[in-house]
Design a protein around this ligand. Structure first.
Ligand code: SN0
Length: 315
């Protein structure tokens, strides 16, 4: 595999999930694959889980890892082709990406959206320029529109913990104080639409996601109705796709509470983290048996390891 940026880069979803679960049983069996191979993780935004779990995954495979917080430690990046760089940007992405490709066998890139210009964000301008100019395989560490390592870990978690063949999975919007990207919900929806699950999305009016990601999912503005008989509930805030990046007032009552779990199938509650307690998700849920957020975060290692293993195999 030369690129992992979305579910569309995977032709055999079930075997990738199975591979991740096998690696969980036997993490160090493939150390020879990564020997003397280097992974460079490049961050333009903050990270805890993605950074640590991908690093751990690479170490389990015998790789060396280098991390660059490019937003803070690198030169200010120019993205525009043909720019006369007499202002604040110091280095063009053409050189920055190409040079990183000289030092690493695989590169991971995190590049959040600006949430101002939808066309710019949804064109994946920054991520795709890294892919174009670095010359080595690239794994997305969350781009403007997707977070595929998170979605793979989410699917691995559902496969691992489900108690029926085709569980009901509900993605439900949660309140927040900031405008957040659509990357996590877009990606989760895109993966769930390809998985063997009964998938529903619930959000207040105005938070419709791009239909490019939601395809044949059931979509409703009625949270109670959506949660009925749910086996897994995925909680996440996102800002509007149209008007782009907007946050509407109200909807605080969309926070998930124990009371809302009553009509579910004793649902397991998921969140990609970081989570704002008592805004997105109540303490009572996060500290209860129903919450699987820590287990889910743990599975980020096996998801990343399955992807890196496939990339190493094609170097
Ligand atoms: C990011 C997002 O895409 O929603 C990363 C999630 C993995 N989340 C945030 O930026 C949260 C910021 C906050 O202030 O709560």
């Amino acid at each position: 595999m030369k690129l992992f940026s979305s579910v569309n880069d995977i032709t055999d979803l079930n075997s990738l999930v199975a591979e991740a679960l096998q690696l969980k049983q036997n993490p160090y069996a493939w150390q020879h694959l990564g020997k003397n191979k280097t992974l460079a993780l490049v961050f333009l935004n903050p990270s805890l889980r993605t950074r640590m779990s991908t690093q751990k995954a690479a170490l389990n495979l015998g790789m060396n890892v280098m991390v660059l917080n490019l937003d803070k430690e690198g030169w200010a990046l120019e993205l525009q082709d043909g720019a006369i760089m007499n202002g604040t940007t110091v280095e063009h992405i053409r050189e920055a990406a190409a040079v990183l490709g000289q030092y690493a066998d695989i590169i991971g890139v995190r590049s959040f959206p600006g949430l101002k210009d939808r066309d710019e964000d949804y064109s994946e301008n920054i991520f795709s320029k890294f892919v174009k100019y670095c010359g080595v395989p690239v794994v997305s560490l969350e781009s403007a529109t997707r977070h595929p390592l998170q979605s793979l870990a989410d699917l691995v978690t559902i496969e691992e913990l489900k108690t029926k063949q085709r569980p009901k999975v509900v993605l439900t919007w949660a309140p927040h104080v900031k405008a957040l990207p659509q990357a996590v919900p877009n990606s989760f929806a895109e993966w769930m639409c390809k998985a063997d699950v009964d998938f529903t999305i619930a959000h207040p009016k105005g938070y419709e996601l791009s239909t490019d990601f939601t395809q044949d999912a059931t979509i409703t503005n009625n949270q109670d109705e959506a949660l009925a008989d749910a086996d897994f509930i995925y909680v996440k805030n996102w800002s509007a796709y149209e008007p782009y990046g907007k946050v509407f007032p109200g909807n605080e009552d969309w926070m998930l509470t124990n009371d809302k779990l009553k009509n579910t199938n004793n649902a397991k509650v998921m969140h990609c983290l970081p989570v704002r307690r008592n805004l997105e998700l109540s303490d009572e849920i996060l500290d209860s048996e129903n919450s699987i957020v820590i287990h889910e975060a743990g599975n980020r290692v096996w998801a990343a390891q399955a992807v890196l293993k496939r990339m190493l195999a094609t170097l």
